[in-house]
Design a protein around this ligand. Structure first.
Ligand code: HH2
Length: 283
């Protein structure tokens, strides 16, 4: 894949790591730890030192049933962190994890270089903001909102329906004027998926390469790991690394993770295994 993000170019087969910084009181695994802007900046710098390729800053938790946050509060959480990182000469591109047009615009104005949208461009204002800024965007698959997504995890053919709905998100992007080359697709592990459905998606994620766009997957610390192993949320690093390995072996280019140093080693080893096994090069 080749993406130009904020003056930097991510080029090659990856695996690229997106390090998570949640500026929220209620994220499922790290809520409240980085709500203070200084703590969020320090976290981003640490993830950069650990080998992240880009940082994903989020001001709203998307865990099932999370309370919605209005755009003003989201801005108040995220913008000061972007401004401080930019002022400190932070070297990595900053992605903003938002599903609101207003949130995206404010973050892009402050210096974010990419938008990560867990609602797959459902808000036309977000798509317009991305198109106007000419930045890359992650379009993730989900159904409904965090409040009702669990009830919508009903599929007759999981892979086919997720693929079709990702194609529709890609079309929403291009209809809004976003260039197809700027879109990364994400199957949305844990979003409108039961743990068993998340496992199936991960096991078959390579099939989504047929969509013709780079793939991003966010397995980090999620419930499907607890479901398969019994591990509590704070003990899911080994399971996360197994999922990262599986994704890289299947050809996923970008992994969204909290624990960058460990994921870096797992992803690099999996990439070396892929090459050693003679897997075809990724586009
Ligand atoms: N997962 C979460 C948030 N944003 N974005 C993409 N593209 N893909 C994902 O799988 C994804 C995402 C959930 O994780 P986290 O940010 O740790 O939790 P919370 O939403 O509770 O803040």
């Amino acid at each position: 894949m080749r993406l130009e993000i904020g003056g930097r170019i991510l080029e090659g087969p990856g695996p690229f790591l997106m390090g998570v910084v949640n500026v929220t009181p209620d994220s499922f695994s790290d809520g409240g730890r980085f709500l203070d802007p200084g703590a969020a900046v320090a976290r981003a710098e640490r993830l950069a030192a650990e080998g992240a390729d880009l940082i994903d800053l989020g001001g709203e938790s998307t865990r099932p049933g999370a309370a919605p946050v209005d755009a003003a509060e989201e801005r108040r959480r995220v913008v000061p962190v972007i401004e401080r990182l930019r002022a400190a000469g932070f070297r990595l591109p900053i992605s903003v994890d938002t599903c609101k047009g207003e949130g995206a615009r404010a973050a892009l104005d402050a210096g974010a270089a990419m938008v990560n949208d867990v609602l797959g461009l459902a808000d036309p204002a977000l798509a317009r903001a991305v198109a106007a800024a000419g930045v890359p965007v992650v379009a993730m698959h989900t159904r409904g909102l965090p409040a009702d997504m669990a009830a919508r995890a009903v599929y007759r053919d999981l892979l086919a329906e997720v693929a079709a709905e990702l194609r529709a998100a890609l079309r929403r992007a291009t209809d809004a004027g976003i260039r197809e080359e700027q879109v990364i697709l994400d199957p949305g592990i844990g979003f409108a998926k039961t743990p068993a459905q998340s496992l199936e998606l991960l096991a078959r994620v390579g099939e989504l390469r047929a969509l013709g766009r780079p793939l991003l997957v966010g397995p980090s610390r999620k419930r499907f790991i607890g479901h398969a192993t019994g591990a509590a949320v704070e003990d899911r690093l080994p399971g996360t690394l197994a999922a990262v390995t599986a994704c890289v072996l299947a050809g996923v280019e970008v992994l969204r993770v909290h624990d960058v140093a460990a994921a870096r080693q797992a992803a690099d080893l999996a990439a070396a295994l892929r090459r050693a096994g003679g897997a075809p090069a990724l586009g």
